[in-house]
Design a protein around this ligand. Structure first.
Ligand SMILES: [Zn+2]
Length: 377
């Protein structure tokens, strides 16, 4: 990931060198725009980046000796920009063909490895001249490019594009894995037997929304009352969205502070809605999974998914016997094969874990009760 640090350069006499460089870059841009257009008229195609680059070298050696005034990477960058503009033009319908730019519209040039050097503090050397910039904050990360930019007021800016360092994990490694089963009564049940409910405020808000919807439908179309009711509803929705996100984030972090691998079933929101109704979207399982994956990536942990066709509820997590007639109302059931009494959701969560780990590498072990189940099977 890239991040850009932008600072204003102090105005001084030497800035004219930078302005000249920008102007030279704009001359090169326009030269190559003309060239690609001529080429297209003759051959009916775009010559491509490498042909342009080769041509640039030839031009410098032949009659464009003064182009040497601009750092060779900065020159190359002009062609890269043109090439990118052409790629956009080819790929995106709405993108226009790269065109000529007036002097004042071409505003920057970019250096990569050479042609610049940080001299410590707020000083920088660019193409044999020293400059100072208003260093408002320190630069963190490895600098990949340096761009000099002129704004509409004629001020010059220096932009350092850096490779952002990957986020450092904050949560501890535990070596544990867990399986989850999503539901309505309990938002989720873990294979260790933890039951997590959606927080009260969220549930209350969801009831309020139904109320507000009813009120809205009773208001007269076009009336101020209706507008007000709509505004209230929108506000409530925003509030719910925030509450939900907050709950999801906290839960994801809580899970990954105890486990390195979280195993879930591939979600089928359509089927869940059919089974459980509208409340499924209220709880936002799909967005929870996204957040779970986001936190996992940030913390160097893992979300492992099993295929959605696996009968996690109907399979006995002790002996693998399948109870096909399990109905939705049965919250508990006894396995007729081994006699185990199962809580429906806990049993499913254990199966999800086992299924996910059966393809797992060594080094991750299920924790707690599920560990005993996994080991004994
Ligand atoms: Zn059994």
């Amino acid at each position: 990931m890239r991040k850009t640090y932008k600072y204003r350069l102090y105005t001084c006499e030497r800035n004219k060198h930078l302005v000249e460089s920008i102007e030279l870059a704009s001359v090169v841009w326009n030269h190559f725009v003309a060239l690609t257009r001529r080429y297209y008229e003759i051959y009916g195609e775009y010559p491509g980046y490498y042909a342009l680059k080769k041509h640039l070298t030839k031009l410098k050696q032949r009659d464009k000796g003064h182009w040497y005034d601009l750092n060779s990477q900065a020159l190359q960058n002009v062609i890269e920009r043109l090439d990118q503009a052409y790629q956009r033009f080819f790929e995106i319908d709405s993108a226009g063909r790269p065109g000529f730019k007036k002097r004042e519209k071409y505003t920057s040039f970019t250096l990569t490895q050479t042609g610049w050097k940080l001299l410590g503090g707020n000083r920088v050397r660019i193409q044999n001249h020293n400059y100072k910039f208003v260093k408002s904050r320190p630069i963190k990360g490895e600098i990949k490019t340096v761009t000099i930019k002129r704004d509409a007021c004629g001020y010059l800016w220096i932009c350092f594009s850096v490779e952002k360092e990957p986020p450092t994990p904050e949560l501890p490694r535990t070596g544990n894995a867990v399986g989850l089963d999503f539901g309505l009564k309990d938002f989720l049940v873990t294979s260790d037997g933890d039951r997590i409910q959606a927080p009260e405020p969220l549930q209350e808000s969801l009831e309020e929304v139904q109320d507000l919807h009813k009120k809205l439908s009773r208001k007269e179309r076009g009336s101020n009352n209706r507008k007000e009711a709509k505004r209230r509803l929108a506000k409530k929705y925003r509030q719910i969205d925030n509450q939900r996100k907050d709950f999801h984030f906290k839960l994801a972090r809580r899970l990954f502070s105890r486990y390195d691998v979280v195993c879930i079933e591939e979600l089928n929101v359509g089927a869940m809605k059919e089974l459980w109704g509208r409340k499924v979207s209220d709880l936002g399982f799909a967005s929870f999974v996204k957040i779970l994956e986001h936190v996992a990536q940030k913390e160097g942990k893992e979300v492992r998914k099993i295929d959605r066709w696996f009968p996690s509820s109907q399979t006995c997590s002790d002996c693998s016997h399948r109870y096909e007639d399990l109905s939705l109302e049965e919250r508990t059931w006894t396995c007729e094969e081994c006699g185990s009494l199962h809580d429906r959701d806990l049993n499913a969560a254990r199966n999800v874990l086992e299924r996910a780990l059966s393809s797992a590498e060594a080094g991750v072990r299920p924790s707690g009760a599920a560990a005993r189940v996994a080991r004994s099977s």
